[in-house]
Design a protein around this ligand. Structure first.
Ligand code: CA
Length: 368
């Protein structure tokens, strides 16, 4: 019996070390496999804020993976035009993309819910819905048809209302203007008599300067200053009712993602979560100084949008969003989830965030 037990023990220990050997060989093979990815974006290469996020992502992933996953970042137009980022990732021309989902409304109108909803949720609330309220699951479900995975990859915070080459004193002053404004906000503007022109960020300055458009929105002081928009229009309006934030997206070719070992997938997801926070932090920090520079050094005329413009925009926004919800079953499902979350979070934020802002700055509270 004793001998027999010993034999079994020896055999078992041999089996165990055999298994360990196989496992360590596998790990070595995995550790040696490297992946070289391309990332296309809708922004000028290295652009402040939104363009820095993808650069940071590439750097962190390279460091965390010890060079096993490298990402080459392309600005708009370097590998594909800014508005072809989604197709490029869907078709595998690039493994990764950084953009904003409202640019894909021609493919999937419901994608607009994940970028910016006029009079909708702000960055803090969108992050909560996407990460803890089921939003990101719905977003991935929407993109499934295109072979694309999506992660949340940055937020602008509340944007500015935009640049105008004349003063806007009432809704009537909007009539006949040509303006660049993407997404649902653009549709709302159309209902107030504005002709909407779509173009990537990189084309805005020239169009505004040449008079091809009379007005534009872009992001906020930090990015608007970088584009020099103050050199092409005098009046800078707030608030950005049309984009209470934009959420940026990291889109990933599904097959490319599935081909990564689990640890590299985890590194990629973690790095995207990092830039999601970092992009908003950078905007929050830099917008203040940029606004001072625009007003004090460049003499920009800062104006609040008239009450009737905001009231009319809010009415039309409700119509536009309701119509989008009717577009498809999936759009209805996303809309219901978005609205239910917004109602709950606004209930609480009325007595927390908003009440605090009003208490901190009572002179401005009538604007709330
Ligand atoms: Ca914008």
């Amino acid at each position: 019996m004793k001998l027999r037990s010993l034999a079994v023990a020896v055999a078992m220990s041999g089996a165990v070390s055999g298994l360990m050997l196989v496992s360590s060989v596998d790990n070595t093979a995995q550790a040696q496999e490297t992946f070289e990815w391309k990332m296309v974006t809708s922004w000028p290469k290295n652009f402040p804020g939104v363009g820095q996020g993808p650069e940071r992502l590439a750097k962190i992933v390279d460091e965390m993976s010890d060079g096993r996953l490298t990402i080459e970042v392309f600005g708009a137009g370097q590998l594909v035009p800014g508005f072809e980022v989604f197709d490029a990732v869907s078709e595998g021309t690039a493994e990764l993309g950084h953009s904003a989902s409202y640019y894909w409304k021609g493919k999937a109108p419901a994608a607009q819910f994940f970028a910016a909803v006029p009079f909708g949720m702000n960055a803090q609330e969108m992050n909560a819905w996407l990460h803890y309220g089921g939003g990101l699951e719905l977003w991935n479900e929407l993109y499934d048809d295109f072979g694309v995975d999506v992660l949340v990859a940055g937020a602008s915070g509340v944007q500015m209302g935009g640049w105008y080459n004349k003063e806007i004193n009432s809704v009537d002053d909007l009539d006949g203007l040509k303006m660049r404004m993407p997404g649902l906000g653009g549709e709302v503007m159309e209902r107030m008599g504005v002709a909407i022109v779509n173009m990537p960020g990189g084309e805005i300055f020239t169009s505004l300067q040449s008079g091809a458009i009379d007005a534009t929105e872009w992001i906020g002081p930090y990015n608007d200053l970088a584009f020099g928009l103050h050199q092409a229009a005098d009046y800078y309006y707030y608030p950005g009712w049309h984009e209470p934030t934009v959420m940026f997206e990291a889109i990933i070719n599904e097959e490319a993602m599935a081909a990564l070992p689990a640890d590299l997938q985890a590194i990629l997801r973690t790095a995207v979560r990092d830039i999601n926070a970092d992009v908003l932090d950078e905007y929050t920090a830099r917008n203040n100084d940029a606004l001072e520079t625009l007003v004090n050094e460049h003499g920009v005329e800062l104006r609040r949008l008239p009450d009737d413009v905001l009231a009319r925009a809010k009415e039309h926004s409700a119509e536009v969003v309701a119509e989008l919800a009717e577009d498809s079953e999936m759009a209805g499902k996303i809309h219901d989830s978005y609205r239910a979350f917004q109602e709950k979070v606004v209930n609480y934020h009325t007595i927390s965030e908003q009440a605090y802002y009003n208490a901190r700055n009572p002179d401005e509270s009538t604007d709330n």
